[in-house]
Design a protein around this ligand. Structure first.
Ligand code: ZN
Length: 366
């Protein structure tokens, strides 16, 4: 079987289509039959079979040609590396070839360029991210059609695929949060390994507190979803996060605000991308902040209970722990105390308790 070279950002399902066409297969059933005959031991045409055919390790193939790095951008710390099981579990069979919905998207600008440059056209993975409506390169509206279209050249659908709704495209072009969401999603796709969820959560809480937002369910301060609604209300936001529309102000909205809560389970990547787009001024700044390891404050909980006057212990212990982390992440002593509503004396006692000089400079295990 003739197997072509994979192209930059080429979508897995599109590659399957190219292999089929180059070898004269017009239906998936005969392709499957031939492929299984060719690869003894393979029982199904899976992403693994195709990676074998492309002579590429499965992890590398999935990393460069599927949406897995986006979907798994934030995970539990012990899942920091993509494993063989991860890939096969997510893309177990030919029916789940890396799309979250039943559609594939193309950009007419990319199709025209590919025809000029390569002499043929192919499907790009970065056009398939949920919530991305315009081509990252050309800024033009993406055109969508049913997923099986990816088995054929995109050029074939230039006149048939339907352009994304113009109101959504207008918001994607003009709203800075929606634009940054797109940039963050693309950075997720390029990351070599997932970000640990507990690390991301600690940074998100720090950043929200800095901005005067509430990271817990009950309270008076506004929550992240209030800020999102204020900055990005519109057709794109409602299409991607329908529950946000009509939500009561100040109400903790779990599908989005929950990114501050979960440390045992990661939320969908879209929720993190939206939260980060709102909390930071640039995509690079957001990703840089999230990739800083959180200080390992060994014994921090124990330290909080020793040497503190009893009235300082509760209910502020969790605030004290967060304040200590914020200080260790570079916050100023006074600002941190103000943000987390803890007294200077309590924070100083805490820092002494964990062997840290409040003025900084102490060697600290990161
Ligand atoms: Zn394009």
């Amino acid at each position: 079987m003739h197997v072509p070279s994979l192209l930059p950002d080429e979508l897995h399902l599109g590659f399957v289509g190219r292999v089929m066409r180059l070898n004269g297969f017009t239906d998936t059933a005969s392709f499957r039959k031939n492929l299984l005959r060719m690869l003894p031991g393979a029982r199904e045409v899976s992403i693994e079979t195709i990676a074998t055919l492309a002579k590429m390790p499965l992890g590398r193939y999935a990393y460069h040609h599927s949406l897995m790095p986006f979907l798994h951008a934030i995970r539990l710390a012990h899942q920091a590396q993509y494993t063989h099981e991860d890939v096969t579990a997510w893309y177990g069979n030919v029916a789940r070839l890396g799309r979250l919905t039943d559609e594939v998207s193309l950009c007419p600008g990319c199709v025209a360029e590919d025809e000029d440059f390569w002499g043929f056209t192919y499907w790009r993975r970065s056009h398939q991210i949920p919530g991305i409506d315009i081509c990252p390169k050309h800024g033009s509206a993406l055109h969508r059609m049913t997923r099986t279209g990816a088995l054929h050249p995109p050029a074939q659908f230039l006149n048939k695929a339907v352009a994304v709704d113009s109101a959504i495209v207008a918001q994607a072009r003009s709203n800075e949060i929606v634009r940054r969401y797109q940039e963050i999603c693309l950075l997720f796709l390029e990351r070599g390994s997932p970000l640990p969820v507990d690390q991301v959560r600690a940074h998100l809480i720090n950043r929200s507190t800095e901005l005067g937002l509430r990271a817990c369910e009950v309270g008076k301060r506004p929550v992240l979803s209030d800020l999102i609604e204020e900055k990005a209300a519109g057709p794109r936001l409602w299409a991607n996060f329908p529950g946000l529309e009509g939500r009561a102000k100040g109400k903790f909205h779990h599908p989005v605000d929950g990114i501050m809560r979960g440390s045992h389970v990661a939320y969908p990547a879209q929720a993190y991308a939206l939260g980060l787009a709102c909390l930071f001024d640039s995509a690079e700044e957001a990703l840089l902040a999230m990739s800083q390891p959180i200080p390992k404050v060994q014994g921090i909980e124990r330290a909080s209970l020793t040497g503190l006057p009893s009235e300082e212990r509760t209910p502020n212990d969790h605030r004290l722990i967060r304040a200590t982390r914020a200080f260790l992440l570079g916050g100023s002593l006074l600002e941190v105390c103000e943000q987390y509503h803890v007294t200077l004396a309590a924070l100083e006692t805490m820092l002494r308790g964990i062997g840290m000089n409040a003025l900084g400079g102490s060697a600290y295990a990161m």
